[in-house]
Design a protein around this ligand. Structure first.
Ligand code: UT7
Length: 328
């Protein structure tokens, strides 16, 4: 039930992350395709990525990230009444990966579904969960970004194989009456999509087209050209909605696709380099998992703290892109 006097506010309660044990270095990729550690590092900033083992899946990685988030928030599975999982690499075409995670965690009957917005998935999922919490349809939401992009890569294509990795991150949002939130919580989102660019980044298969899973295809340079401008506009719109200045942001947690994009956005927005969380070096691009994974790294190492104003942003296939602001 929504609070009698109005909307509820979603506040941050905890987070967790999980990456597979198996690390694939650039040196290992040099043995598989015509590439070099120097090219990958110079063009992308990536040094290594984690790759799921045969028994690991999107749901198993998402479940472990969620367990860690529950522990961080000192909550039990039965406290969760909403699971939104952002993924483009579900364990099965259906049911939703969110329901597999629901069962694995032993959560009582709840709301559970997936959101598919590729690399922007986590920002989209956060916005959807926030809306359900704000309107009183859920009290405690588990928002997960989980991917196994290694399963949709063409490992013989050097233009894509070197870029992606696997992992999962989770965030838990709780509900408090807006007037009692004291400035904390999810403050605003700016979500965007432009389907005219669908052919620049896609998977050439699907249930309804060809009936096979397919492999990832990307025209990297064309995607790159849109990235900085799109992301910067969404950040500015999100800050305007929340009534905050870009300079007020304590931490900038961007989608980790390419270090040159992160730096380009930071430069254009006038953000200090030391406020930008960069994990692309160790994770590569983990699509919907990248923002919550980067967020968790910076929380664990003590940079992101209670009270900080954090900006999350992403852009990916569709195109989809967007930004969210949250004060911890
Ligand atoms: O997460 C979703 C959003 N995705 C993105 O944001 C990705 C955006 N795009 C990018 O990050 C970059 O465009 C890439 C990292 C994908 C590529 O970097 P680039 O500087 O745009 O390189 P390019 O595609 O223009 O390729 C330059 C050269 C080409 O050779 P020629 O034609 O100049 O002889 C490529 O064939 O680099 C070659 N190349 C490689 N060389 C060594 C492409 N991939 C590789 C490779 N190793 N892995």
């Amino acid at each position: 039930m929504a609070h009698a006097s109005g909307l509820m506010r979603s506040v941050f309660l905890g987070s967790g992350a999980m990456t597979p044990e198996r690390i694939v270095t650039n040196a290992e990729l040099e043995t598989m395709v015509d590439t070099s550690d120097a090219w990958i590092q110079e063009r992308t900033g990536i040094a290594q990525r984690a790759v799921a083992g045969p028994l690991e899946t999107t749901a198993s990685l998402g479940t472990e990230a969620a367990r860690r988030a529950l522990a961080d928030a000192t909550l039990k599975p039965e406290d969760i009444d909403l699971i939104v999982c952002a993924t483009s690499t579900p364990d099965r075409t259906f049911p939703a990966t969110a329901t597999l995670i629901h069962a694995e965690l032993g959560i009582p009957v709840a709301i559970a579904f997936d959101v598919q917005a590729v690399c922007s998935g986590f920002v989209y999922a956060l916005s959807v969960a926030d809306a359900l919490v704000q309107t009183g349809q859920a009290k405690t939401a588990l928002v997960i970004g989980a991917e196994t992009f290694s399963r949709i890569l063409d490992w013989s294509d050097r233009t894509t194989a070197v870029l992606f990795g696997d992992g999962a991150g989770a965030m838990i949002l709780g509900s408090v009456p807006a007037e009692e939130a004291g400035g904390r919580g999810v403050l605003a989102h700016a979500l965007r999509a432009d389907g005219r660019h669908a052919d620049l980044l896609y998977v050439d298969g699907g249930a309804s087209q060809g009936g096979r899973i397919g492999k990832l295809k990307m025209q990297g340079q064309a995607v790159f050209r849109h990235a900085v401008g799109n992301i910067s506009e969404a950040i500015a719109a999100c800050c305007a909605k929340a009534g905050v200045e870009v300079a007020d942001i304590d931490w900038f947690v961007p989608h980790q696709a390419n270090r040159r994009i992160l730096e380009g956005v930071a430069r254009r927005m006038g953000l200090d380099d030391h406020k930008v969380i960069t994990t692309v070096t160790q994770h590569g691009n983990t699509s919907a998992a990248s923002v919550p994974l980067a967020f968790e790294v910076a929380r664990q190492d003590g940079r992101i703290k209670k009270g900080d104003l954090v900006l999350l942003e992403a852009m990916g296939g569709g195109f989809t892109w967007g930004a969210s602001l949250i004060r911890l």
